[in-house]
Write a protein that binds this ligand. Structure first.
Ligand code: GDD
Length: 412
């Protein structure tokens, strides 16, 4: 792979944000070049073997999930966390059937679970992490909550890197590229605490019957502006370094995933920045993670070669995403009156019912959780948990799971 060399890095305390780097070529010929980094395929493959890709999914078209699954490089483990409908038209059952078939054909390692499985609630409770449970002791709705489940399963597999891919992507080839881009980022990283965030080259839209290759999404442009403002007002130097504030497509080293705090739902991605600025930035009040502080936290921002074409979820969804994103900035420890007033101005009538932006629901780091225990608690008890390993026939796995649950196996 050939990728732009990062020309500038913005340093804020222990956080190092590299300027956007373009993918120049998905494969390469091994030529050293002062303007580009050549990453051999073997190096990418080495990272892929240590990477789990989590797919959060909620009521997406089954064809899209199928394409995403088929696109993820074979060397990665895949973890599907679904919050899809189960009553009447059981979408989750369709997903499970599709995943099972996919595994039978490919033998790729794949784990899956339903977010509302009561045994998940029990497992979280038993490992001492109940921050994402609702009053009925079920995991709350939310993409972020699904991602946390996935991260624990990835940790239980002993993975060093954890990446995410949305399930509503229309171009499987782009998903494959995203995963390779994550691997390239980790290869370039010098710190064990690093994150790779993708910036799509284009996000095509149909405008007056023609395809228009838009550069920026409506929410991401605004979120980036405010994250940069937060940085600028704290350093005294204007910056535009943050271009991936809402990057749903991102990946982290497991070491970093362990020490991050997470915001609920769709505010999870902008909050990554806010949390890192607050906890590891220039004005951090205490050093909670000395290893990370001294190693530095590296953030790579990579511009993909492929465009991103995904399902549109409507105006309300966009509004909520903007609100969630700007609430993270508004409630940052680093936010001053000027930035707060700008956030309020931007949100204008979206705020409507609230006088000021609500605090995001936050979930503390997952590093202290015994992930193996978490998975063991699910094995044999959870009705929806599936663990399809390489080289195992799925019937065997399912028979074993059914035997543990005392059920007979039904063909699907
Ligand atoms: N497990 C789970 N639980 N998955 C969910 C849930 C949930 O409650 N809600 C949504 N998802 C899944 C969707 O099915 C999809 O695969 C993914 O999470 C992203 O949700 P979308 O509803 O498609 O979000 P989006 O496309 O508008 O926004 C995406 O891109 C933004 C950047 O432009 C998300 O990834 C955002 O987080 C991101 O900021």
């Amino acid at each position: 792979m050939l990728i732009d060399i990062s020309r500038r890095t913005e340093i804020f305390g222990s956080v190092k944000i590299h300027e956007l780097q373009r993918i120049l070529k998905l494969d390469s010929g091994g030529f050293e070049n002062p303007r580009a980094k050549d990453i051999p395929f073997n190096a990418i493959k080495d990272v892929l073997r240590r990477l789990a890709i989590i797919i959060p999914v909620k009521d997406e078209k089954i064809h899209l999930l199928d394409g995403v699954l088929r696109a993820i490089p074979f060397d990665c483990s895949v973890i599907v966390v679904s919050n899809s409908r189960r009553e009447n038209h059981d979408i989750y059952k369709m997903e499970q059937d599709m995943i099972t078939n996919f595994h039978e054909l490919t033998q790729q390692e794949i784990l899956s679970i339903h977010q509302k499985d009561p045994e998940l609630g029990v497992a979280f409770y038993d490992v001492g992490y109940d921050f994402l449970l609702d009053r009925d002791d079920l995991v709350r709705d939310g993409k972020s909550e699904g991602m946390i489940i996935g991260m624990l399963l990835a940790k239980s597999l002993g993975k060093d890197f954890i990446g995410f891919a949305d399930a509503d992507n229309y171009i499987p080839g782009s998903v494959r590229e995203y995963v390779m881009d994550y691997a390239a980022g980790f290869f370039m990283s010098e710190s064990p605490y690093s994150m790779v965030r993708l910036h799509w080259r284009y996000k095509p839209k149909v405008v007056e019957d023609r395809l228009y290759f838009k550069k920026w999404g409506r929410v991401s442009e605004t979120t980036n502006k405010f994250l940069n403002l937060l940085l600028s007002t704290n350093t005294g130097f204007e910056t535009g370094v943050v271009v991936t504030g809402n990057a749903g497509e991102h990946a982290m080293t497991t070491k970093l995933a362990d020490i991050m705090s997470y915001s609920t739902g769709f505010s999870i991605e902008p909050y990554h920045f806010v949390y890192l600025f607050d906890a590891f930035g220039l004005k951090a009040e205490k050093i909670a993670y000395p290893d990370a502080t001294s190693a530095g936290i590296e953030i790579f921002q990579i511009e993909t070669l492929n465009p991103h074409l995904h399902e549109e979820k409507g105006e309300e969804h966009i509004k909520n995403m903007l609100l969630g994103s700007l609430c993270t900035v508004y409630n940052s420890k680093l936010c001053n009156d000027y930035v707060r007033s700008k956030v309020l101005e931007e949100l204008g009538n979206i705020l409507d019912l609230w006088e000021k932006p609500k605090k995001n629901i936050l979930m503390p780091p997952i590093g202290g959780i015994d992930a193996s225990k978490f998975r063991k608690l699910l094995e044999g008890k959870s009705e929806t948990y599936m663990c399809l390993k390489q080289g195992t026939t799925n019937e065997g796995e399912r028979e074993e799971e059914g035997r543990i649950r005392g059920e007979s196996i039904q063909s699907v």
